[in-house]
Design a protein around this ligand. Structure first.
Ligand code: SAM
Length: 277
């Protein structure tokens, strides 16, 4: 079966809202016509479809033949389609957290009511097909339309229901992710500008191990050269000041009396040094 054009356009708009790597669950996939279209549409965003159907050919208004063969031909071969041979109830026990659930399974009132109850708390967006069916509409009215938490839109027989809170949260998440991405890109641009412009470079670029060992060798040879030349010119370097060579260096903390003595000592020391010059 194929969704009419207006329904498929609405479906695509809804799929566009989904995040990267979205998980879609389709309840009642029959021969996989819609499964295939959804799977191919969300593939560029690395999305996957879990296609649920008992393929028994005896439930709902599709009561004619087993649909598994057709499904395997159309959608079963796609690598982002995961078939689940079972009912909606079975799939709901698998602990899935879908971003979108497309319900097109058993169209009886009881079954549709159960589908609403099973999936309305696990996903931010649900779509129902064949809602012109009175039993389906009645069940949706009771479970979804009567609640103020859902925003619903009908296109032909396709009803798209978005959970208001979840959608608001989803939009905030997308905005934050976009802002984070832009910030990272800006920082990256600044960084590459700095590394490319030698004037803005703080430290020299990291060199390869071979280069660094070369430059190290060069540096040491330069150092030995300078020590040799300094030895030749016999200009002796002054030793660093330590507490041993100069008693005024590294003075310990002193109490009042010792401070006085120290002041006297310092004055004498400086005077003596002055005499020596
Ligand atoms: C209307 S057809 C689905 C058409 C399909 N979505 C498409 O667009 O081509 C309904 C399908 O729901 C399946 N089905 C019936 N009861 C179900 C249940 N409890 N859980 C899941 N699928 C069910 C049937 O086997 C049937 O293949």
């Amino acid at each position: 079966m194929k969704l009419p054009d207006d329904e498929w356009t609405k479906m695509k708009e809804t799929l566009d809202l989904l995040p990267q790597r979205a998980l879609v669950v389709e309840i009642g996939c029959f021969e996989g016509g819609t499964t295939q279209k959804i799977a191919e549409y969300i593939k560029p965003k690395k999305g996957r479809v879990i296609a649920v159907d008992p393929h028994q050919g005896s439930t709902g208004w599709v009561a004619t033949h087993k649909s598994l063969d057709g499904f395997m031909k159309n959608a079963g071969i796609l690598d982002n389609v995961i078939p689940v041979l079972g009912t909606s109830l079975k799939a709901s026990t698998m602990g899935l957290k879908p971003d979108f659930v497309f319900i097109d399974g058993d169209h009886s009132y009881q079954a549709c009511l159960l589908d609403c109850k099973l999936w309305k708390n696990t996903t931010p967006i649900i779509a129902f097909h064949d809602t012109l069916d009175k039993t389906v509409w009645k069940a949706i009215q009771e479970e979804i339309l009567s609640s103020k938490h859902w925003d619903c839109e009908l296109t032909n027989s396709l009803l798209i229901c978005k959970q208001k809170k979840a959608i608001a949260l989803h939009n905030i998440k997308i905005r934050i992710r976009r802002a984070y991405y832009l910030l990272r890109r800006k920082l990256w641009k600044i960084k590459t500008k700095q590394t490319q412009n030698p004037l803005l470079r703080k430290s020299p670029l990291k060199s390869t191990p071979a280069e660094s060992s070369k430059s190290q060798a060069k540096q040491t040879s330069q150092e030995t050269n300078t020590t040799n030349s300094s030895a030749h010119t016999s200009t002796k370097q002054k030793p660093a000041l330590t507490s041993e060579t100069n008693p005024l260096v590294n003075k310990p903390k002193l109490h009042a009396q010792a401070q006085h003595l120290d002041a006297v000592y310092t004055a004498q020391y400086k005077h003596k040094k002055g005499d020596a010059k």
